[in-house]
Write a protein that binds this ligand. Structure first.
Ligand SMILES: C[S@@+](CC[C@H](N)C(=O)[O-])C[C@H]1O[C@@H](n2cnc3c(N)ncnc32)[C@H](O)[C@@H]1O
Length: 267
């Protein structure tokens, strides 16, 4: 599908679909234009995530913030709540925040203990020091411009107590710089074609689905040095950067994912 360029409310020039431009012109909610995870995306890439992947990720979270020293967890951009449910079953008390109506509806149906709040993360302000831990899993950070990303991290940091932690599971910029271009996902419901590219530290992804539909995503990515500096600017300290959900494994340009564990400093 042809892509257009348009300035958004955030001052960024994004690649958007013509239909989206029309909706923007008609005054629809601006949030539909970038990083809006479609029903197709949830069906192809989220609903069928293997239990083993969730277990590995949750084991990592539990190792970084062990219960009961860390009890109250905020799961930011929680999707259908796979981490939230698993953490509740280990004793944590979890609140999930998610914008997508269908995803949060499914999370509520699946129940299992978490409390859910439907909100755009940009509008969500946790109470000061309300949580012991905030988690942002599967590249759910970096959607916005620098100031908005920073402000989000600041608010999440203020939402955890002193000594509380923030875990970010993100894409590794160094990997994607050398893995741009096209590939196909041969999935049970058909082939999804992906095109991705990096510009000025942002990763852009365009997906074409078998029925002709498409999605566009983009994220600001962070090296360990950039995350150290961002965290520092909002009162958080980088404790760990690693990959493979293993605190002992250094991030590597050969690995697509990177995990950061931040800790809120004392005032
Ligand atoms: C890649 S999925 C990750 C879901 C979940 N964290 C996981 O690992 O399974 C990203 C999620 O972020 C949500 N999301 C994206 N932008 C958001 C925003 N501005 N506010 C709240 N949720 C948002 C999407 O709806 C989607 O559920």
């Amino acid at each position: 599908m042809r892509l257009g360029l348009r300035h958004t409310a955030q001052g960024l020039c994004r690649r958007v679909k013509p239909l989206q431009c029309e909706r923007q012109a008609a005054g629809f909610d601006l949030m539909i234009f970038a990083n809006s995870y479609s029903e197709r995306w949830f069906s192809f890439f989220h609903a069928g995530i293997a239990e083993s992947r969730t277990v590995q990720e949750v084991d990592f979270i539990c190792a970084c913030a062990p219960f009961p020293g860390f009890r109250k967890v905020l799961d930011v951009c929680c999707g259908m709540g796979r981490h939230a449910r698993a953490l509740c079953s280990s004793g944590y008390s979890v609140t999930g925040v998610e914008r997508d109506t269908a995803a949060i509806g499914r999370a509520r149906e699946l129940a299992g203990g978490p409390n859910y709040i439907q909100a755009d993360v940009r509008d969500y302000q946790p109470e000061a020091s309300a949580y012991d831990l905030a988690i942002i899993m599967s590249q759910s950070f970096g959607y916005f411009d620098d100031a908005t990303n920073r402000d989000l991290l600041r608010r999440l940091g203020m939402g955890v107590r002193e000594g509380g932690r923030v875990i970010l599971d993100l894409w590794n910029l160094e990997f994607f710089v050398t893995h741009q271009g096209e590939r196909k996902f041969d999935l049970p419901d058909g082939i999804v074609r992906e095109r991705k590219w990096v510009e000025d530290g942002r990763l852009f992804v365009h997906l074409d689905y078998p029925d002709g539909g498409s999605d566009d995503f983009e994220w600001q990515l962070f090296t360990s040095a950039q995350m150290t500096s961002l965290a520092d600017s909002v009162g958080l300290a980088l404790m760990v950067s690693c990959t493979d959900f293993d605190m002992r494994t250094e991030p590597s340009p050969a690995k697509p994912r990177i995990q950061f564990v931040l800790e809120r400093r004392s005032a």
